[in-house]
Write a protein that binds this ligand. Sequence first.
Ligand code: NAP
Length: 384
Amino acid sequence: MRRVALLGSTGSIGTSALDVVRAHPGRLQVVALAAGRNRELLKAQCEAFRPACVSVGSKEDADWLRAALSHRPEIHWGAEGLLACALHPDADTVVAAIVGSAGLASTEAALRAGRRVCVANKESLVVGGALMHAAALAGGGELLPVDSEHAALHQLLDGRDRASLREVRITASGGPFREWPLARIQAATVEEALNHPTWKMGPKITIDSATLMNKGLEVIEASVLFGLTADQVGVTVHPQSQVHAMVGFADGSYQLQVCANDMRLPIQYCLLYPEQGPGPVAPYAWEEARTWTFEAPDLDRFPCLALAFDALRAGGTAPALLNASNEVAVAAFLEKRIGFWDIQACNRETLAALSPGPAGSLAEVLDADRAARRHAEGWVRTRA
Ligand SMILES: NC(=O)c1ccc[n+]([C@@H]2O[C@H](COP(=O)([O-])OP(=O)(O)OC[C@H]3O[C@@H](n4cnc5c(N)ncnc54)[C@H](OP(=O)(O)O)[C@@H]3O)[C@@H](O)[C@H]2O)c1
């Protein structure tokens, strides 16, 4: 039985993870749930799963939950609450599904405490990848990627001799603007950018999918997870989102991982690994006629992807600078304070203005994160 602490339980990944738990009552049990502001949904989840430990964003909501619940779990709040859930002694597995760099400290702490951490929070790998590896090494923790492309790569590379590996490729749906001309992309509205063709996700990652910054963050994530250089990670646009990743070998051949585009599959892969089993998603329907297409990404129309490769090559805190700037720019776009094309401009400007330093400690990456946020917020103010 795996005992699961779920951080970000009220989000898109969090609710999918609870579906997976429901499908495996004999193998998975929820012992802790943490969320931000959606106290009504958290309350309903607590009533359904009866966790021993719960955390919510604010003290006020923690008090509300204490009064509203019909059972008496430990109730925490804020950043300390996330840590209390991640480190709860009954939990051996943590699903890190908080959005943004707010998820960094709890992911690191769980790895250092020897937990299996199923990481959806790609920002913690982009910002502090080396630190996450060091924490896992020091504490005996195990890091498994929930992102569908990286779970696919994990599956493809598992037990394989790396000497024959030439490159890996992750696929991108191309987002809602894949076929749009540059001028139309530049003027895209929030509503248009939130209209993702193949995945239903939280707002931040949906905007990142429209700019292809999500794929850029995933390139950095793949490099961190599998110890690959920027030249060994490629991106192929595949609008149907059925092939999630490919591994290329020295002889020029490839293996591909295929499954439905449903996040419950990679979540289940991580939670049950190395075992597998039937879950809430039907097997791939090969009897249906389908067309799969593949194309190269257009870096002129989607410059955020190129910026991510630049940051990966620059190394040190460059990915942290890019990630923080992007979080600020995407939030400002969602608030309609800046335009869609300003997101890439803000990120480009922040990377140009701030020099990356070493990323050897949590303090160093969090300093870089703060500096980039300050810079990007200043840039946004000049545009808004
Ligand atoms: N969605 C996907 O298909 C997908 C795929 C691959 C990777 N990911 C990654 O998974 C992560 C989560 O994405 P998502 O789409 O599930 O996001 P989401 O739907 O916006 O959910 C985010 C979750 O984090 C919680 N949260 C946010 N800030 C918090 C804080 N400071 N303290 C405590 N809880 C906080 C939210 O709580 P409240 O809602 O209660 O405020 C919510 O439960 C992201 O890093 C994303 O890049 C997502």
